[in-house]
Design a protein around this ligand. Structure first.
Ligand code: ADP
Length: 474
């Protein structure tokens, strides 16, 4: 409907513009003709008069004019008072000069009539004949020139509406053809709008009939935009599904334990055991909720990171100490190469959390009696913190997804080692907020290497003097 309105408006615009231009051209051309034809006739009258005047001047007594009988050309010789002295043979009456004065010193032109009916273009040309002044009147009928102007008017009157009609038809056709891709885009977009709530996603490529023109580029841009929106919507949906699933499991355990506990009276020992289970599940819930909160803050660019001077090797030592008990229970040796002081400016709490995630995973996904190597070094303007384990490794097809929320790669034995599923996603959010990134290399069954790459901040070389400041990171 809209395309039709636009089409009509464009057609109207084209037709109006062409109409105005045509009308202006016709009027200008008509005015030119109306001016040029009399001028041409005036020249012709002068040309005709010149030899005749020469004859009359050389032979003053000859009565040649009286004998002249040229079709379509009329002559009179007047004296200075306007009295007719000679008249060409084809004139039965005098030429009615319609007020044109014969007492003229220069050639005068105008319209006169012969016998009250025939309109003629007339030239009054004064010339001396001896001591007398005479005027030669030369006239030619205007009927031919009037006919030219009338014919032009008729042709213009016929051509003008015809041109408008053709313009309207061509512009309607052309605009319709040009707008066809827009109509197709609109139809496709309306179809996608209906599918927004579909679980399979709403986006399918918009039609791009001519990829290199403006409309093609517009469709391509919208394709990129809508594809990104579609994938964001899908991710969001998946995220909500996964989050509710993750929250549902500990809640189900809590509910089951409560039902069991309430089914009959219990002893103090049983209550203590159940409370222990409650505590574990509450910890899980808290971890998930806190993780989700951190991620949503990071998404909104609201992750406030302190910028405080610290030594990264010290933060790493503390994180290693925190997981050492768990490592010992699996006989996993944590080998530290942290002797070199690496000054850095960042948020200690978040960096601590970041390192714990990698240490936690390294222990969690390693078999008993293996080694986890932790090192930190400066390299090419960056600080590289490396966690290398001899664990189960990650299959190449999973590597691209392990940083996604709630994504879990299948273990080599086909079983699953359960964690919150948010660790690496949070790690990536923190690393990015610090201006860094995470690299991962892994061989299935042999182990993994996670490297946190942090930019060396200017404060790194000026650890003592740097005051603490709060950063708002997007
Ligand atoms: P989870 O709570 O499941 O550990 P993460 O986000 O920390 O969640 O890790 C995502 C997935 O990446 C894990 O489920 C695991 O399959 C894989 N992964 C992470 N770290 C390691 C590692 N050091 N060795 C093997 N696999 C790992």
């Amino acid at each position: 409907m809209r395309a039709k309105t636009l089409r009509f408006r464009m057609m109207l615009l084209f037709t109006t513009v062409v109409g105005v231009l045509l009308a202006a051209s016709y009027i200008a051309f008509w005015a030119l003709l109306a001016h040029e034809i009399p001028s041409q006739l005036n020249r012709q009258l002068l040309e005709t008069a010149r030899p005749l005047i020469a004859d009359i001047v050389t032979e003053p007594n000859a009565q040649d004019v009286n004998r002249l009988d040229i079709p379509g050309e009329f002559f009179e010789v007047l004296d200075s008072s306007g009295r007719v002295l000679q008249r060409s043979a084809n004139l039965t009456t005098s030429i009615d000069l319609n007020g044109l004065s014969s007492a003229t010193s220069r050639p005068t032109f105008g319209i006169a009539t012969i016998g009250n009916t025939q309109s003629v273009r007339v030239a009054l040309i004064p010339f001396p004949q001896g001591s007398q002044s005479r005027v030669l009147v030369v006239a030619i009928p205007t009927v031919g020139t009037n006919r030219v102007l009338a014919s032009f008017g008729r042709v213009a009157l016929f051509l003008f509406p015809l041109s408008l009609l053709i313009t309207a038809a061509v512009s309607a056709l052309y605009v319709g053809k040009s707008l066809a891709p827009v109509t197709a885009l609109t139809r496709h977009a309306a179809w996608m709008a209906k599918r927004v709530t579909s679980r399979q996603g709403f986006w399918t490529p918009l039609p791009t009939s001519t990829p290199h023109d403006e409309l093609g580029r517009l469709a391509e841009t919208f394709n990129h935009l809508l594809q990104a929106v579609d994938s964001a919507v899908r991710q969001l949906r998946q995220f909500v599904t996964d989050a509710s699933h993750e929250l549902r499991t500990p809640l189900a355990v809590l509910h089951g334990e409560t039902q069991l506990l309430l089914s009959r009276p219990r002893g103090a020992d049983e209550y203590r055991k159940t409370l222990q289970v409650f505590d574990d599940e509450f910890k899980k819930l808290t971890r998930i909720v806190e993780g989700l909160f951190t991620l949503s803050m990071a998404d909104a660019g609201q992750l406030h990171l302190a910028c405080e001077p610290l030594y990264l090797n010290e933060v790493l030592e503390e994180a290693c100490a925190l997981v050492s008990l768990r490592a010992r229970t699996k006989d996993v040796a944590i080998v530290r190469e942290l002797n070199q002081d690496i000054a850095y400016s960042g948020d200690e709490a978040f960096l601590h959390q970041l390192f714990l995630i990698f240490l936690d995973n390294a222990i969690k996904y390693s078999p008993d009696s293996t080694r986890v190597q932790v090192s930190v070094a400066q390299l090419k303007g960056t600080i590289r913190v490396r966690f290398e384990d001899q664990g189960i490794g990650i299959a190449p097809e999973h590597l691209a997804f392990i940083f996604e929320r709630f994504y879990r790669a299948a273990t080599s034995s086909g079983g699953e080692v359960h964690g919150g599923g948010l660790g690496l996603a949070i790690a990536q959010a923190i690393a990015r907020a610090q201006g860094g990134s995470i690299e991962c290399e892994s061989t299935l069954g042999a182990g993994s290497v996670f490297t946190v790459v942090l930019p060396i901040t200017p404060a790194g070389s000026d650890i003592e003097s740097k005051p603490e400041q709060k950063l708002m990171l997007g």
